[in-house]
Design a protein around this ligand. Structure first.
Ligand code: ZN
Length: 196
C-alpha cells in the first residue's frame, strides 16, 4: 500500500513500538483506539499555538483517548490537566490552560474510504471478534493522522476557571470530611453513593 511509505516512526517522540508496549502496560491490553489516539495527540502537538505554553487537554469521550493523552502528554486526570467530557465524540483538544486557545483533533469520516478496516472498527460495523486486528493495526499505522481533521478552538471561560475549593467540613451524617461547597451533608449521604 502506498500509504505505508508515510508511516511514522515516532509518536510524540516515542518510538511506535515503545508506544505499543506502553499501551499494553497501561491500558491492560492493546487497543486500536489508544493507538489511533496516539496519532491524534501527535497531530495536536504539531498544531499547538507557537511559543512555550502550558496546555491542558480535553477528551470528548471516556474511551481510549484519555489513555493516549495520559501516555503522551503531562496531562492526567489526577493532576487536573486532563478533562474528560463524555460527549461520545472521538475527539480531543490541547489548549492554552490560561487563554483557552488551542487545537481540536477528530476523525474525519470522509477520509475513511481508503481504510476499510478502520471504517468498520470506527462505526462498529462488525462484532469485535469478526475484525482482523492485524489488518486494522496495519491500516492505523498507514493512515496515521491522514484520517484526522484539525480545527482551531477556544475554550469557554467556565472550562478554564480553576476549580478551587471553599474548604472542607465534617458531614453530620457519616462524620467524614467533604467539600463545604456541596451543602449541608456530603454527596454520598445525600443519595449519590455508588454502593449498595
Ligand atoms: Zn456523609
Amino acid at each position: 500500500m502506498d500509504n505505508l511509505r508515510l508511516r511514522k516512526e515516532r509518536i510524540c517522540s516515542v518510538p511506535v513500538e515503545e508506544f505499543v508496549r506502553r499501551i499494553k502496560d497501561f491500558h491492560g491490553a492493546f487497543a486500536p483506539g489508544v493507538m489511533l489516539g496516539g496519532y491524534m495527540v501527535d497531530l495536536a502537538y504539531q498544531h499547538l499555538p507557537p511559543g512555550d505554553i502550558l496546555f491542558d487537554a480535553l477528551s470528548e469521550t471516556r474511551s481510549c483517548l484519555p489513555d493516549a493523552i495520559q501516555l503522551l502528554t503531562p496531562c492526567t486526570i489526577g493532576n487536573g490537566w486532563l478533562r474528560v467530557l463524555d460527549l461520545g465524540k472521538f475527539a480531543l483538544s490541547l489548549y492554552d490552560k490560561h487563554r483557552g486557545d488551542g487545537v481540536r483533533v477528530l476523525i474525519d469520516p470522509a477520509k475513511l474510504g481508503l481504510f476499510p478496516e478502520i471504517k468498520t472498527w470506527f462505526f462498529k460495523l462488525k462484532p469485535k471478534q469478526g475484525q482482523d486486528l492485524d489488518v486494522l493495526l496495519e491500516e492505523i499505522h498507514a493512515a496515521a493522522s491522514q484520517i484526522c481533521g484539525t480545527m482551531p478552538v477556544k475554550l469557554k471561560p467556565e472550562f478554564l476557571t480553576p476549580r478551587h475549593r471553599a474548604g472542607f467540613r465534617i458531614c453530620p451524617v457519616c462524620r467524614k470530611s467533604y467539600p463545604a461547597a456541596d451543602g449541608d451533608r456530603c454527596r454520598p449521604c445525600g443519595g449519590e453513593a455508588p454502593y449498595l
